[in-house]
Design a protein around this ligand. Structure first.
Ligand SMILES: *[C@@H]1O[C@H](CO)[C@@H](O)[C@H](O)[C@H]1NC(C)=O
Ligand SMILES: *[C@@H]1O[C@H](CO)[C@@H](O)[C@H](O)[C@H]1NC(C)=O
Ligand SMILES: *[C@@H]1O[C@H](CO)[C@@H](O)[C@H](O)[C@H]1NC(C)=O
Length: 366
């Protein structure tokens, strides 16, 4: 087992790079500000919700900053919901004390990859304890997999929807774009933001951040490709400082614990909030990782299907630094050396040549 001491990322940030200078040596506490998106309302069902039916979930409401008179308006005499929301968020930031800032994080899960198709095809237990450890099955390849046709269509749907929001609904384009290093995310981001008419300061220029990747299990789908390969996947792509040429986290022997994933999800958000003064931020990531980001943001659980997107209005406030904590960061996972004889949904799989149930963590992949 490998142990990690949770150190505050802020102490690693050189002061000259920190846009949010006073964050140095302090802890950032996050909350999602409720009442602006349908997804933060407990009566919204995540499983059936589709952003494309609901203007990404932006609630129809008034804001204290709304124009008083119709003549100040824009479309049909009125500003759109997105324009009025943008103005309200700007107001929140202008009025906020120096230790507080607001961002709108719009988080998208990648479209369906070959590993998702294989999990559906083999069933989750057989996938988790045997097939996920292989790199493919002869016809499909799922080590750092690409998108299936269905996954590509999900990204094209997002592209058309963003186009309509930007061009007809006054949604502000993003100031920053981040993506997980896994190919399915880089490709999803590339297709989602391709061929949009964006102002030059808000062009799609994705930045790869290691810690937006999926929980690192022993599955081959969590094994990222080299930096050189990733850099071929999208135009104008760049990497965060210190991004390694080869994957230094995936070993195929041990998986990351939930505690480790949560801690690095907090650290990557801290990094974005300290270094990047953008308000409108796009993040392309994974089901499990977006769940961890939502937990960090104190947002309710909202599980995304492939290709789904969730916006969150985030308030970040500086508080006194907490003492560091120690936890187990990597642990072994149960597997079989051959295809399992039976798959018992929700329980695990019975390995060939044994009669005992090899318990396997019921971690959903992404
Ligand atoms: C949540 O949604 C329900 C049903 O649409 C609505 O009645 C309620 O006011 C909403 N709650 C909040 C806090 O917006
Ligand atoms: C807001 O109102 C518009 C126009 O009536 C409607 O199309 C849209 O679905 C509404 N959005 C939400 C989130 O309720
Ligand atoms: C391999 O897995 C894919 C799903 O990813 C499935 O469509 C295909 O039929 C499988 N091939 C074989 C030979 O079982």
């Amino acid at each position: 087992m490998r142990f990690t001491v949770l150190t505050s990322l802020l102490t690693l940030t050189p002061a000259v790079l920190a846009d949010w200078r006073i964050a140095k040596g302090r802890e950032i506490e996050y909350s999602s500000v409720e009442g602006f998106f349908l997804q933060d309302n407990s009566s919204t069902d995540a499983a059936s919700f589709d952003y494309a039916n609901w203007n990404f979930g932006l609630v129809n409401r008034t804001y204290t900053t709304d124009p008083k008179h119709k003549s100040e308006g824009f479309k049909d005499g009125y500003k759109t919901q997105w324009e009025r929301f943008e103005k309200y968020v700007d107001h929140l930031n202008r009025k906020a004390p120096k230790d507080t800032q607001y961002k709108v994080l719009v988080m998208g899960r990648h479209g369906e990859g070959w590993h998702n198709a294989a999990e559906t095809y083999y069933g989750t237990p057989a996938w988790n304890c045997y097939w996920s450890l292989q790199t493919g099955n002869g016809t499909a390849n799922w080590e750092d997999p690409l998108l299936t046709d269905a996954g590509l269509r999900e990204a094209l749907k997002a592209n058309a929807y963003f186009k309509s929001r930007f061009e007809d609904h006054g949604m502000p384009p993003f100031e920053s774009y981040y993506t997980s290093p896994l190919a399915r995310c880089v490709i999803t981001a590339r297709e989602t933001f391709a061929n949009l008419r964006l102002p030059s300061s808000r062009r799609f220029e994705p930045v790869v951040k290691e810690s937006f990747r999926e929980g690192v299990s022993i599955h081959t789908c969590d094994h990222r490709s080299s930096r050189a390969y990733i850099s071929t996947l999208s135009p104008r792509i760049s990497f965060e400082r210190g991004f390694a040429e080869h994957d230094e986290l995936w070993t195929g022997d041990e998986g990351e614990t939930a505690e480790h994933q949560l801690a690095r999800s907090k650290a990557v958000l801290d990094d974005v909030f300290v270094r990047d003064d953008a308000t409108w931020v796009s993040i392309t990531s994974h089901s499990g990782e977006i769940s961890k980001l939502l937990t960090t943001l104190n947002h309710r659980a909202f599980r995304l299907s492939t290709g789904q997107i969730i916006p969150v209005l985030v308030k970040a406030k500086l508080v006194r630094e907490e003492p560091t904590a120690t936890y187990v960061s990597w642990t072994t996972e149960a597997t079989c050396h051959a295809p399992p004889m039976t798959s018992i949904s929700g329980q695990g799989c019975v390995c060939s040549g044994t009669t005992t149930l090899a318990s396997t963590a019921a971690t959903a992949t992404a």
